[in-house]
Design a binder for this molecule. Structure first.
Ligand SMILES: Cc1cn([C@H]2C[C@H](O)[C@@H](COP(=O)(O)OP(=O)(O)OP(=O)(O)O)O2)c(=O)[nH]c1=O
Length: 205
């Protein structure tokens, strides 16, 4: 018997994890998401995924009295990176404009790190999936129209590849699910390392 916790408030991550794991508890973790001075993008996403998993585990521990079943906690972070700089979520049209202008007509990286913290053995396994995404040229008028759809607001880099943002994406090299928020192939592998095989589990449902 095992129990899985998703330490995330992202509805995209919930939907993606459902493709691998039938039952899990969602326990979003609130952590400080600021990038450290001179911290690299790779270090940042990996640190965020790890901190989200650990914070969700701590939250679960403080809310639970029984320690009969210790959970496996999934923490993840997606960042859009251009020239080594991490683009977070936009807080205004002005910041979305800056971000989307910097992505226009060129390629950037989307980094999604996943950390699986296994409370049973107090061990964590992580992966960082880097996908190259190429954008066509985007005009300021398009950025303004896109902002009005409400889609960019809660998305790293101010776009969603799974939504209307797809019209800007001329190509991707890597993992589509990682860009949306959870790399399925690599996450399945992390579960398999813990002896949990999604295919086997799902066929028993
Ligand atoms: C680039 C891109 C990002 N995103 C989303 C995925 C993530 O939800 C979000 C990146 O922010 P994150 O900080 O990784 O995640 P979150 O704040 O939504 O949730 P939590 O921290 O609780 O896990 O951007 C898309 O949905 N589509 C895209 O194409």
């Amino acid at each position: 018997m095992f129990m899985v916790i998703l330490g995330s408030a992202s509805p995209r991550r919930q939907e993606l994890l459902k493709q691998l794991i039938a039952k899990f508890t969602v326990l979003p973790a609130n952590i400080d998401e600021s990038v450290g001075d001179s911290e690299s993008a790779v270090n940042y996403v990996e640190r965020m995924a790890n901190e989200k998993a650990m914070a969700a585990f701590a939250k679960w521990k403080s809310a639970t009295h029984s320690m009969d079943v210790l959970p496996i906690v999934v923490g993840s972070d997606t960042s859009v990176v251009v020239d080594g700089k991490v683009l977070g979520k936009p807080d205004s049209l002005a910041s979305a404009k800056l971000m989307l202008r910097s992505l226009s007509g060129r390629s950037h990286q989307v980094m999604t790190a996943v950390c699986l913290y296994d409370g049973r053995f107090e061990q964590s396994n992580s992966v960082n999936v880097i996908t190259e995404v190429e954008f066509r040229v985007i005009s300021d008028l398009e950025i303004e129209q896109y902002w009005k759809t409400g889609e960019p607001q809660d998305k790293a880099g101010s776009y969603a590849i799974q939504g209307l943002g797809s019209i800007f994406v001329s190509s991707i090299k890597g993992s589509y699910s990682a860009v949306v928020g959870l790399p399925l192939y690599e996450t399945a592998k992390l579960f398999e390392q813990l002896g949990i095989h999604p295919l086997q589990e799902m066929s028993h449902e």
